[in-house]
Design a protein around this ligand. Structure first.
Ligand code: C2E
Ligand code: CA
Ligand code: CA
Length: 547
């Protein structure tokens, strides 16, 4: 930290000396001129007279000499005063500069001063044949600490983090708080020894994640860090570029599960660009209705008849092409558009399914985020009423991860939907951690065995055992079972050995859009038909069933 003060100190010292010299020169010149002019000849006479060794000199001359002495004394005092004034002003200026450059909470450099300080550190390092590493990181669960324990706890955590960071830093390194819970360190290092920076990053992660004692609680956090270096193939990089790169690497560390560090790599930048394109595309796509429902057949294993469809979201992005729901659903959840997306899809699906034979059911997937909304069941029932769709034909699929959220709210939502006749299935069973007691206390209507167990059933005794146990569990709890991921006749044969199932999977064809599904159902005589009327008017007309 001391290094960055050096150039400013040199300049300040020069200024101080110049000011002092000027004042001293003025006073000394005045005194000498006066002394030479009057006192030079008179002073010996005055002294002799005072010692009684001669006649009194001219009183005017005596007064002039005394005045001259008084002036010299006055000049000397003024010189002292001015010197201390200048020192005082210098100190105030330094204090102001310190405050402007420093974060008052942690004593680290602040965001504004980190760029010039970094650039000057890079210059000094490169003059010595060294490079600088820029490490950027933030505390992974700082917001939670602040929310749960209050701002005093948050402040303490930041101060303690800053203290430990400074303790880890080697000589010549600097620490900055970029804002919020974000910090940066800039450290000179031998470019042939980057592992010294790896060691430093590991030490920072370890030190900062040690618990911080606040009142009677131990506050815990981890950090995610991104690192980059000032020397590159394209020459020396500046502080702005380093900050940008370290930020991207830090984001990558967060995505990889936090509590770790990554050196910046160019591929991360394109990933990030793709990710922000996806986010923007999803927001736009939700507004413009680009998400459409596809339908996957659900079949009764005993009769081979179609009993319903699971709606699966599809996105054919005009700029990015066909994107899997496994990519866009988690992002839609993260950026807060899942509820709107899902409502649009469910509306379309209810409208499509209304035209199918009334004994066919419709299953829809519901995100855990949607179950955090206390109005969710009301919203769903309103959509059912608006679409004039019987609740008993709708089946919502929730995954086990819903059960770890607010279990009280989830239970009341499920109960309220069930009271209206909607069915509720537990999806992807076997992949999460639902406890048997939750299975018993939550009023599910059905269990869906995760496709990973089903697809590889033939020749895999472990999976056969798992499927068999889930079947036994379902029987014990009185819950019917759907097996998804049926890709072959062989799997069907295996499943038949275990019992009665609803099945679905690519064996019965890939999920298809509304129009193709309608076409297939028409061929099977499973469609309600209205002829000769524009689509928009169909809802108001009596539907004629031909099934
Ligand atoms: P999921 O609910 O487990 O849906 C079944 C997934 O398995 C679908 O993938 C389907 O295409 C695929 N699948 C079906 N049969 C087979 C098969 O025989 N073999 C194999 N290997 N796969 C099969 P998809 O459509 O890519 O959906 C992936 C996940 O995205 C879904 O898993 C579901 O969790 C989620 N998802 C899809 N649509 C929605 C939606 O509208 N809302 C929410 N919240 N999630 C959705
Ligand atoms: Ca599902
Ligand atoms: Ca599933």
């Amino acid at each position: 930290m001391a290094d960055r003060d050096k150039p400013a100190d040199d300049g300040g010292a020069r200024l101080r000396t110049a000011e002092r010299d000027l004042i001293a020169l003025g006073i000394v010149a005045a005194a000498i001129i006066m002394f030479v002019g009057s006192g030079g000849s008179a002073l010996p006479a005055v002294v002799r007279s005072l010692l009684g060794q001669g006649a009194s000199p001219d009183p005017l001359l005596t007064n002039t000499v005394l005045l001259n002495i008084a002036l010299v004394i006055f000049g000397w005092r003024r010189y002292r005063e001015l010197t201390s004034e200048v020192t005082e002003r210098r100190r105030a200026e330094e204090q102001a500069r310190f405050l402007a450059e420093t974060d008052p909470l942690t004593g680290c450099l602040n965001r504004r001063s980190v760029a010039p300080a970094t650039d000057s550190l890079i210059e000094q390092a490169s003059a010595r044949g060294e490079a600088a590493a820029f490490i950027m990181f933030d505390l992974d669960n700082f917001k939670q600490v602040n929310d749960v324990h209050g701002h005093a706890a948050g402040d303490l955590m930041l101060q303690e983090a800053a203290r430990r960071i400074r303790a880890c830093l080697p000589e010549g390194g600097l620490a900055a708080r970029l804002g919020g819970d974000e910090f940066a360190c800039v450290v000179p290092f031998d470019p042939r020894q980057p592992h010294t920076i790896d060691r430093l990053a590991a030490a920072l992660i370890e030190e900062v994640s040690r618990p911080v004692k606040f009142q009677s609680v131990a506050l815990e956090t981890t950090i995610s860090a991104g690192i980059t270096r000032s020397d590159s193939e394209d020459g020396q990089l500046d502080s702005q570029t380093l900050l940008h790169m370290a930020d991207i690497a830090m984001y990558h560390a967060k995505k990889q599960g936090r509590n770790r560090y990554f050196w910046f790599e160019p591929s991360m930048e394109s990933e990030l660009r793709f990710r922000s394109e996806l986010e923007a595309g999803i927001r736009r796509g939700v507004q413009q209705g680009e998400f459409v429902p596809y339908y996957e057949k659900q079949v009764d294993i005993a009769t081979g008849e179609i009993v319903g469809f699971e709606m699966l979201a599809r996105w054919n992005s005009p700029t990015l092409g066909l994107i899997s729901p496994e990519i866009f659903i988690p992002i839609a959840e993260e950026i807060g558009v899942i509820a709107q997306m899902s409502e649009n899809l469910i509306r379309q699906a209810l409208n499509d399914a209304r035209k199918w034979n009334p004994r066919l059911t419709l299953s829809v997937n519901i995100s855990p985020i949607q179950l955090r909304d206390p109005w969710f069941s009301q919203k769903l029932l309103k959509m059912l009423v608006e679409a004039n769709f019987p609740p008993s034909r709708l089946d919502i699929e929730v995954t086990e991860s819903c059960l770890h959220e607010n279990i009280g709210l989830v239970r009341s939502l499920i109960t309220s939907l069930k009271n209206q006749g909607v069915k509720v299935s537990l999806d992807d069973f076997g992949t999460g951690y639902s406890s048997l007691s939750q299975l018993r206390t939550l009023p599910f209507d059905r269990i869906k065995i995760d496709r990973s167990f089903v697809t590889s059933l033939p020749g895999n005794p472990d999976n056969a055992t798992i499927v068999q146990s889930i079947v036994a569990l379902g029987e014990g709890l009185g819950l019917p079972i759907t097996a998804e991921g049926v890709e072959s006749e062989e799997v069907l044969r295996e499943l038949r050995r275990f019992g009665d199932f609803k099945v679905q999977g690519y064996f019965y064809g890939l999920p298809a859009p509304a129009e193709r599904t309608r076409h297939e159902l028409a061929q099977l005589d499973l469609l309600l038909e209205v002829t000769g009327v524009p689509e928009a008017d169909q809802a108001t007309l009596p539907l004629v069933g031909n099934a």
